[in-house]
Design a protein around this ligand. Structure first.
Ligand code: KIV
Ligand code: ZN
Length: 510
């Protein structure tokens, strides 16, 4: 009989630890609703103790999500666990995920604790978490570099204390598939009460092995995989959910387990996460990259046309590539617009927000004949951030002519006061950014500038990401428009707005 493999999505927690990927509460809720539609078993909605805003976002997700378990991360201390317990309390199914590092290097250098103190803290954390919910997960951070005997002692003790899931993380992405599979196998074999819990794995991608290591763990008895959409996550990222799910589904002949993921929601989820976080998906990324199902070479095309399985091991439509249906057009009314938003799981705050979004939709439909789901997601992203931002684009003009230096005039509102900026640059985008900087003088470093088309065709909207860094903070700004210079300016202003908001958050692992 096929066993269940649980999918624990940590896009909203570990994924959010990617530089600049921090999301607002509204954005997190939109992603959480989509993860629920995707059929994720557990949504790690955040780290409640990071800030009051993070705790609020988890609570809101806990109030709205019904069919997935909602989880908060907590370090193994009383304050974190109480914050996590309070945040997930409204959930129909709530989990607390508590962790402490177990490797000699982390215990000595980071925690400055002895192994016995760590063990005691782990047990106390699990016991306290159980006062809030029966569903408690324990992770041994840096399990990859931990002593196996000590790991066995810790896992045995936390299982006895009431943990229902125990997670074996490769925190630093150091392992290799054969070794990782062996580690999980030995743990399950040696921990005396191993049969009382679900064994989980959580792999980082520093050596490009996160998915392979996760699958090796599954082959050796793990029945929960912690992963993220598009492989987003700290440093090189986490195991990518879409790759894990499709590997297990496609190779049912090898794995005696399967997930309850609705794979047709994979591509829409990937696009939503990319739009909201400003992390574009590389074209050759498995499953969700633009080229994943494109057959370029003549020989391959010929084969696929004669019999698709000559070169295709999965069908594009099974992972949601055709979900990008034509949605609305110029003649669509307010009701059709509202219904479509509801179908996408988007709830706008009141009639005023709906009217403003509808006006934007009409303006877009005047420029672009066909409006797709992704266009609506981008439009709503713009709309939900627009109301409370300090800087807003009012109008702009750029002149770009061969043989001449491009120049730009940008009019923007700064807390409601209109300002006019002029600049020259090596191209129209450079000129527009220089114009803005000449007035704003943010002094931020531009770390990344990228443009992607949201849908295909030359009338498609360009989606621009601008990553700025200042005083140790990194933020991503996004903007979408059929004119990529306008999209670029919107993205730059969005990033400036994020830098302007004094967001203080603790990082769970520092
Ligand atoms: O990478 C890691 O070890 C983590 C833990 C908090 C599970 O993210
Ligand atoms: Zn991690």
């Amino acid at each position: 009989m096929t066993e269940r493999l649980y999918i624990f999505d940590t896009t909203l927690r570990d994924g959010e630890q990617s530089p600049g990927a921090s999301m607002t509460g509204d954005e997190k809720l939109r992603i959480a609703r989509q993860l629920e539609k995707l059929g994720v078993d557990i949504i790690e909605a955040g780290f409640a103790a990071a800030s009051p805003g993070d705790a609020r976002a988890i609570r809101t997700i806990a109030e709205h999500v019904k069919t997935s378990t909602v989880c908060s991360l907590a370090r193994a201390n009383e304050k974190d666990i109480r914050a996590a317990g309070d945040a997930v309390r409204p959930a129909q199914s709530a989990r607390i995920h508590t962790f402490i590092a177990t490797s000699p290097i982390h215990m000595e250098k980071k925690l400055r604790m002895t192994p016995d103190q760590v063990l005691e803290r782990a047990v106390a954390a699990v016991k306290l978490a159980r006062e809030y919910t029966d569903d408690v997960e324990f992770s041994a951070e840096d399990a990859v570099r931990s002593d196996l005997d000590f790991l066995c002692r810790v896992f045995e003790a936390v299982i006895a204390a009431g943990a229902r899931t125990v997670n074996v993380p490769d925190t630093v992405g150091y392992s290799l598939p054969a070794l990782w599979g062996e580690r999980v196998r030995q743990l399950i074999e040696r921990v005396p009460n191993a049969d009382k819990v679900i064994w989980s794995t959580h792999c980082h991608n520093d050596l490009g092995m996160a998915v392979a290591n996760s699958l090796a763990a599954v082959m050796n008895g793990a029945r929960q995989v912690e992963c993220t959409i598009n492989g987003l996550g700290e440093r090189a990222g986490n195991a990518s959910l879409e790759e894990v799910v499709m590997a297990v589904r496609t190779r049912r002949d090898v794995f005696n387990c399967d997930t309850r993921i609705d794979t047709t929601q994979i591509v829409p989820t990937s696009k939503l996460v990319s739009t909201i976080t400003g992390y574009p998906v590389q074209p050759n990324k498995a499953i969700v990259g633009a080229n994943a199902f494109a057959h370029e070479s003549g020989i391959h095309q010929d084969g696929v046309l004669k019999h698709r399985e000559t070169y295709e091991i999965m069908r594009a439509e099974d992972v949601g590539w055709n979900a990008n249906r034509l949605t609305l057009g110029k003649l669509s009314g307010r009701n059709a617009f509202k219904t479509k938003l509801a179908e996408l799981g988007i709830v706008l705050d009141g009639e005023e927000a709906l009217n403003a979004a509808f006006a934007r939709f009409k303006a877009l439909a005047d420029k672009k004949r066909e409006i797709f789901d992704e266009d609506l997601q981008a439009l709503v992203s713009d709309e939900t951030s627009a109301g409370r931002e300090r800087y807003k684009l009012v109008s702009m003009r750029v002149v770009s002519e061969t043989g001449e230096t491009p120049n730009a005039k940008v009019v923007f509102a700064d807390d409601g006061v209109e300002k006019e900026a002029h600049g020259e640059g090596s191209g129209p985008v450079d000129a527009a950014f220089k114009a803005l900087e000449s007035v704003v003088q943010s002094d931020a470093d531009l770390l990344l500038y990228s443009v992607n088309n949201i849908t295909s065709g030359t009338d498609a909207q360009g989606e621009v990401t601008v990553r700025l860094a200042k005083a140790g903070r990194v933020v991503n700004g996004q903007g979408a428009d059929t004119d990529i210079v306008v999209a670029s300016v919107k993205a730059y202003l969005h990033a400036l707005n994020k830098l302007d908001s004094k967001l203080e958050r603790a990082h769970p692992q520092v």
